[in-house]
Ligand binder design. Structure first.
Ligand SMILES: Cc1ncc(COP(=O)(O)O)c(C=O)c1O
Length: 363
């Protein structure tokens, strides 16, 4: 099948077509080297330049200050769930976590292996359908760090801004599902991590942006080299053999965002795309959004129909029309439209149109 459909998958997710076309060529022979990108040594000159360009473009894209390292690590965001506390949470220390969904729950469970976790705010009382406000957030006195999940892929909520932290504390952010979907003020964070497979590229690489001074602190415990941020920073993310292909694609995606106007323009487009679907939800008596309006995600729009039967029917009709991947996460049901950076506005319009037609037919 050469035709492509509208892919609403929550991740791995749609990638920019230009990037895929370039990758097709570079898989065979990259940069006139006579060798495909998958076949080059990770310590050769060509891969040196792939890494250097990806890092430079990443810095440019998010205006990352020079005192931050950009790392490409293994093991997905799930590895960051334990690598972060392993490096920064002492056994007798406390880390604050904002509990806003299934992913923060996993992050909390992993942190609890290393030290104390203080849940500074939680929306579990309402099935994670909102983002707690500043008033609802009570941090501990001297947290090792404060962790948030900027976008909750399953619940469909997103922080509008960074939570404020006390002087001396620093923010650690799981930005897996909204990294580089809008402007970001990197200086507000000590560490940002994101599995690539939603907004940045294929699975198999995790982008980590980490402030230099955190790497110079005395270690809180003995760790294997692969788990030490310091080691990866010193070895330019090549302590061992990295996933060169995923890093190459991520670099190409950075270039694509830059060529499309950077984060401000991507943010504008993402707002417009999400609005197309939220407008239908607001006007509908058949479909209903599952989260509070002020907490809506611009990446994952979650909604329900009047009955589970109608939901199954809607998902089946959508698939027939080439709108795929709309089934909600198995833990929450309903529908979820994941509309990351590379997802086209036309796809949002097609979904909105189908929702309106479906409602006209089924009330
Ligand atoms: C917000 C968030 N954090 C973490 C993860 C886990 O990522 P990984 O599969 O890369 O470990 C996901 C995956 O969907 C996610 O959406």
């Amino acid at each position: 099948m050469s035709e492509r459909v509208y892919n609403f998958s929550p991740g791995p997710a749609v990638l920019p077509e230009e990037v895929l076309e370039q990758a097709r060529e570079d898989l065979w022979n990259i940069g006139g080297s006579g060798i495909g990108v998958l076949e080059h040594s990770h310590r050769g000159k060509l891969v040196d330049s792939v890494f250097a360009e990806a890092k430079a473009d990443c810095r440019k894209l998010a205006a990352i200050p020079s005192e931050y390292y950009v790392l490409f690590l293994h093991g997905g965001a799930s590895t960051q769930f334990f690598m972060l506390p392993a490096n920064f949470l002492p056994k007798d220390g406390t880390a604050d976590y904002l509990h806003t969904g299934s992913w923060s729950k996993k992050a909390i469970q992993e942190a609890e292996r290393y030290g104390r976790v203080h849940v500074a705010a939680s929306s579990e009382d309402a099935n994670f359908s909102y983002i707690p406000t500043g008033e609802q957030t009570v941090c501990s006195d001297a947290p090792a760090y404060v962790h948030l999940t900027s976008n909750n892929t399953i619940a469909g909520t997103q922080f509008a801004t960074e939570p404020r932290v006390l002087d001396g504390a620093w923010l650690a952010c799981d930005a897996s599902s909204d990294i580089f979907s809008r402007p970001i003020d990197v200086q507000k964070y000590g560490l940002i991590y994101a599995g690539a497979q939603k907004n940045l590229g294929p699975a198999g690489v995790t982008l980590v942006i980490i402030r230099e001074d955190l790497l110079s602190r005395p270690a809180v415990r003995e760790l294997p080299a692969m788990l030490r941020y310091r080691e990866h920073a010193d070895q330019d993310s090549r302590y061992n053999t990295p996933n060169v292909f995923a890093i190459y694609i991520m670099g190409r995606v950075f270039k694509w965002i830059l060529a499309n106007g950077g984060l401000a323009e991507i943010g504008r487009r993402n707002r417009a795309k999400a609005k197309i679907i939220y407008d239908v939800l607001d006007a509908s008596s058949q479909f209903k959004g599952t989260v509070r309006a002020d907490s809506r995600s611009q990446m994952n729009v979650t909604f329900r129909a009047r009955s589970e039967e109608l939901e199954s029917l809607f998902i089946a009709e959508a698939e027939k029309q080439g709108l795929v991947g709309l089934k909600g996460h198995r833990s929450v049901g309903g529908m979820r439209a994941s509309i990351y950076n590379a997802f086209p506005e036309k796809g949002c319009e097609a979904l909105a149109q189908l929702m309106r037609e479906f409602e006209a037919r089924h009330g």
